[in-house]
Design a protein around this ligand. Structure first.
Ligand code: GLN
Ligand code: ZN
Length: 776
């Protein structure tokens, strides 16, 4: 890159340049929830009836103004508008399109309609079922699934987008609205009627999009960002072909920047370059290797938006390295090169400046949404030949470069141990049939053993005690005494219920991943690093900073205390390596497989210690295993192989007579059943009740050999399942899986329920088991 622009150096500022080939800067979207989660709290107040719609809307507009000024303050050329959503941006798109499920479509859709579709209820009014919610690609964000029927119409009726564009323009900003593209919108929804294909709605949908684009043009918009993230998937031919028509129709008075993210799109590139659009955005964080091919095939008239600042992770960008990579591209494309975040910053925490507790060495390795905006502009200025900016890039990148050799990050013992992993390390000492025999003898459980998944109600008392402990108002000794009290209480209640396999109840855990992240070495935990998960719900993933190891036992004290109070077996309770990895921000200098193996080895030692301490059943939860599947089906097996192997490494320190359980929820097993079998847990408990045991069919068809506990009631609902309902479900299960291999348990952990509901439900569950034992 040029460092000889002596004329500009003297006066160089990061916000102005008169270079004709100036690099345009933007982001694909900003987090909407607010750095103090203002939107969350306002929404929840509104739903509780504590504020009115006017007050809620004021919070929204305050946040938008702040987020735009963050973008402008960082020097971005455009502010992105349309990324704000009251609940979810896919639901926002449905509203924009006037496409609301019939059962909610009472009159002119308003904000309460939106909340009804998202939550099944507004502050008041009908309690019609909400639309389904599902994961947004391979992120931990969840969107509201559009529902399609054959005669659906689309009428642009909801004005939010246009109002916000006007609002931003009035505030003096250059506006680039973002829309979810028509093909992705259709793909992400589902048919609610047999015998029709939602793709057939495309022509009608395109009319509505045309109207939207016309309206935006009339508002003076030059560029529209149109997101088609489905282009990262391996699409059926009809879907891949549909883009051509779609973008022919949408060609109009605004320029279209077609945005793709989360993975490479080169498999569709030949089709993409035929589209009537004006620019393409690619995710060079998820897939840096696509750059050359994209540049080579980019049509002459298009801009290329290079998504180089990772919107999905928390690491400071190595701007010097990016500069080196993009400089030759800049030389080729000139002003046709834009620099951007890889995807929307929705998936990133908001402001690193708030993290005053993170250690300084670690802190200088991180960057959140607000900081990422600045990375984009700094890089662009350097690309434009600004020598000061280039020097700043180097200075900015120095800490993250230094991290590579930091002693804190690289632990020789951990490396040695992971390098020494052999195939044998993942294998139990005996095959399932032999283990089952030994476990039957050792445990002496009845037919259809009853158990729960781990957590018991997290009462206000528990939460208050934890808060007091963290704030220093409760000593460690007093906190531990309190926790032991909760464990004793949980054991006494399970005795009274006459369950067969107990749990200690997880009172000491705030969250199944953060708890282990705090105990294991190698993680950093943030205070405000919240990321929207769905609606008003946020998660605060820990950060994997360095090599992971276990400094001391983590759960043994609680498990053995619980076991000391009863003759029934108490399950040790761990979160598995794939789930810990999946629900944290991973480091990027190791592969996911390498990180999972480090966690697996730490857990393996915990399993050994639990066993040593007399815990005969150990559950290793892996609810996130399925959601970690890569976007492209052709890569699934590679992922499953290492993921399953990591689980097995953690479990294989168990002796044959120690029973290993695992638990998976939110799962559909059709594609992964073979790997679940390879995983070889002695017992797997799964979420099945809402599917009426449908999910169990995959196990039957595959002739899954080990024991299974299909959930017999939905813990998300306050409804108490009756004895008859439970019996009905177990009978359905028994038609698929022999009774000798069935367990009876709820769908998932009970931490969100209260004790009254929990005990009533479990009483019926135990009665159902006893009734069936007598009959069978
Ligand atoms: N053991 C955990 C619990 O019961 C499992 C949670 C989960 O599967 N999401 O809370
Ligand atoms: Zn679960």
């Amino acid at each position: 890159m040029t460092t000889n622009s002596t004329v500009t150096t003297a006066t160089s500022s990061l916000t102005t340049t008169n270079n004709a080939a100036k690099t345009v800067t933007h982001i694909l979207g900003y987090p909407r929830i607010g750095s103090q989660r203002e939107l969350k709290f306002a929404l929840e107040k509104y739903w509780r009836g504590e504020i009115d719609q006017k007050e809620l809307k004021e919070v929204g507009s305050l946040l938008r103004y702040r987020h735009w000024s963050d973008q402008v303050g960082a020097g971005l050329d455009y502010v992105t508008v349309g990324d704000f959503a009251w609940y979810d941006h896919v639901l926002g798109t449905s509203m924009l399109l006037g496409h609301i499920p019939q059962r909610h479509n009472n009159g002119f859709p308003d904000l309460d309609t939106l909340f009804r579709v998202g939550r099944g209820k507004a502050p008041t009014g009908c309690a019609c079922a909400a639309s389904d919610m599902t994961k947004w690609f391979n992120t931990n964000y969840h969107y509201i699934v559009p529902e399609f029927t054959k005669d659906d119409e689309f009428n642009v009726s909801w004005q939010q987008l246009f109002e916000e564009v006007a609002e931003a323009k009035k505030a003096g900003h250059d506006v680039k609205p973002v829309l979810l593209g028509p093909v992705s919108y259709l793909w992400l929804g589902k048919e609610k009627e047999e015998g029709f294909d939602r793709l057939s709605l495309l022509p009608r949908l395109l009319n509505a999009y045309q109207q939207i684009l016309n309206k935006l043009a009339a508002l003076g918009v030059e560029w529209v960002q149109i997101d088609e993230p489905v282009l990262a998937l391996e699409l059926p031919k009809a879907w891949a072909d549909s883009f051509k028509l779609a973008y022919q129709v949408l060609k109009g008075d605004t320029k279209l920047l077609l945005t793709t993210y989360f993975d490479n799109i080169t498999h569709h590139l030949d089709k993409i370059v035929e589209l009537s659009i004006d620019g393409l955005h690619v995710d060079l964080s998820a897939s840096p290797e696509q750059l050359d091919e994209v540049v080579a095939k980019l049509p002459q008239s298009w801009v290329l938006s290079a998504g180089v600042i990772n919107g999905r992770n928390v690491w400071r960008a190595d701007l010097s390295a990016q500069l080196e990579r993009l400089a030759p591209v800049k030389a080729v494309l000139g002003e046709r090169l834009w620099v951007a975040s890889s995807c929307s910053l929705l998936h990133s925490p908001i402001d690193l400046d708030l993290e005053t507790d993170v250690e300084p060495e670690v802190r200088q390795w991180l960057s959140f949404a607000k900081q990422k905006c600045r990375e984009v502009t700094l890089l662009a200025h350097a690309l434009d030949g600004d020598a000061i900016a280039k020097a700043e890039c180097d200075k900015y990148s120095a800490p993250i470069k230094a991290r590579a050799t930091s002693e804190r990050v690289n632990n020789a013992d951990v490396r040695q141990r992971t390098n020494a992993i052999t195939a044998a390390l993942a294998e139990r000492k005996a095959p399932y049939s032999e283990r089952a025999r030994q476990q039957r003898n050792a445990l002496g459980l009845p037919l259809l053993p009853t158990t729960t998944i781990g957590s018991f109600p997290q009462t206000n008392e528990i939460r208050t005690q934890r808060r007091d402990f963290k704030a220093g108002r409760l000593t460690e000794a007093d906190y531990n005494t309190a926790l032991k009290g909760h464990i004793a209480d949980a054991i006494a209640r399970q005795e009274a219920l006459d369950l067969d396999v107990f749990v200690h109840g997880e009172a000491e855990r705030n969250d199944m991943v953060e708890y282990f992240a705090e105990l294991l070495e190698g993680f950093a935990v943030t205070r405000f690093g919240w990321v929207q998960s769905y609606g008003s719900r946020c998660v605060k993933p820990a950060v994997i900073v360095s090599d992971i190891y276990r400094a001391q036992p983590m759960t043994v004290e609680w498990a053995t205390y619980a076991q000391s109070l009863t003759d029934k077996p108490v399950k040790g309770m761990l979160t598995g390596p794939v789930t810990i990895l999946g629900w944290t921000f991973p480091r990027e200098d190791l592969t996911r497989e390498q990180i999972a193996n480090q966690i697996a080895l730490a857990l393996r030692d915990e399993v050994a210690d639990l066993q040593q301490a007399g815990i005969n059943i150990i559950q290793i939860d892996e609810p996130a295993i399925r959601e970690g599947l890569p976007l492209k089906a052709s890569q699934w097996q590679t992922y499953l192989d290492w993921a399953v192997n990591a689980f097995k490494i953690s479990a294989a320190s168990a002796e044959p007579q120690t029973q290993i359980h695992t638990h998976m929820c939110y799962s559909e097993f059709n594609h992964i059943i073979k790997s679940v079998a390879v995983l070889d847990a002695d017992v797997i408990t799964i979420e099945t009740s809402r599917s009426d045991m449908e999910l169990l069919k995959a196990f039957e068809e595959f002739a899954y050999p080990n024991e299974i506990g299909p959930g017999v009631y939905d813990i998300h609902s306050p409804n108490i399942p009756s004895v008859e309902q439970i019996i009905h479900l177990v009978e359905k299960a028994e038609a698929l899986i022999p009774a000798e291999r069935l367990w009876i348990n709820p769908d998932c952990g009970l931490k969100t329920r209260n004790w009254e509901e929990t005990e009533a439900a479990l009483r019926n569950l135990v009665t159902a088991a006893k009734t069936l034992r007598e009959q069978w």
